[in-house]
Design a protein around this ligand. Structure first.
Ligand code: ZN
Length: 281
């Protein structure tokens, strides 16, 4: 005996309902962060089918898979001093994240360094961070510049940009495919894993997301006592190398001139926070 959902008619009805949810503005409007000194106030639209907790679970699983693979290849945290340095910087940035999202300070944060020529770094939902050694060694980054890049990545996670991308992707998928997605049970969670992986590693952040991450990133650095102006030298160095590679650095980044001009303004705006943090240290 097949249940309604398993029949073709059932699937179509379910798909139709799903499409309706997505088409009828079934997305929820959320504020993932408070505005901070940099004033990020954009309301975000999230699909109810991409729950934050589920996405975090997928991210954690995906993260462990990546670590296992890198460990097997002898590329995980091989440079002890570099790993220690990256972790120490991150440990200062995490409390600063509380200014945007108090509960984020309790996330199950993890930071690992992957030995690779790739110039790349990312932070998955829920605070799972990877920094590729090439980014630091090729660009000879200072601690302030490392704080700038990690602050930027953390900002993507605080703003749940991955969930936003997954929500958009899901909407597009449903519309294009006529919604052959099965709902419920293992299939749905398998789909979410796939959706997360594809949208996290396969789709670039929008310019809007990049700009938000830049602005929140400088504030996180400043609050942690790192010179927020280092974001400017970081992106200059990045530009001089012909750009970095990897998912975080796909093509939709703001044009270098636009990005630098914006960082000039926003790093200046958070200078008082930096001075204050320095006095407190
Ligand atoms: Zn970014």
């Amino acid at each position: 005996m097949r249940s309604f959902h398993e029949t073709r008619a059932g699937r179509l009805a379910a798909a139709g309902a799903l499409a309706l949810v997505l088409l009828s503005g079934g997305c929820e409007s959320v504020q993932t962060t408070s505005a901070g000194a940099v004033g990020i106030e954009r309301t975000q639209r999230m699909s109810p089918l991409v729950a934050e907790a589920d996405l975090r679970k997928q991210a954690a699983a995906s993260y462990q898979q990546i670590l296992t693979k890198e460990r097997q290849q002898g590329a995980l945290n091989t440079d002890v001093a570099l790993t220690k340095r990256v972790r120490a910087i991150t440990a200062r940035l995490i409390p600063a994240a509380g200014a945007f999202r108090p509960e984020a300070t309790n996330w199950n944060w993890e930071v690992n360094v992957i030995r690779s020529d790739q110039m790349n770094a990312w932070c998955m939902p829920g605070g799972k961070i990877a920094v590729y050694s090439g980014l630091i060694t090729k660009l000879n980054l200072t601690d302030d510049e490392i704080a700038a890049i990690i602050g930027h990545e953390i900002a993507h996670a605080l703003r749940e940009h991955a969930r936003e991308r997954a929500s958009e992707q899901l909407g597009a998928q449903v519309l294009v495919s006529g919604a052959v997605m099965a709902i419920g049970g293992g299939q749905a969670s398998a789909d979410l894993g796939n959706l997360f992986y594809k949208s996290f590693f396969g789709l670039p952040n929008s310019r809007l997301h990049e700009t938000e991450a830049d602005r929140i990133g400088v504030e996180l650095a400043a609050r942690a006592g790192y010179d927020p102006r280092a974001a400017i030298s970081l992106w200059r160095k990045m530009g001089s190398q012909g750009g970095a590679s990897g998912p975080e650095f796909l093509s939709t980044h703001p044009s270098p001139a636009t990005r630098l001009a914006d960082l000039e303004v926003y790093s200046e705006r958070v200078m008082p926070l930096y001075e204050q943090a320095r006095r407190g240290r």
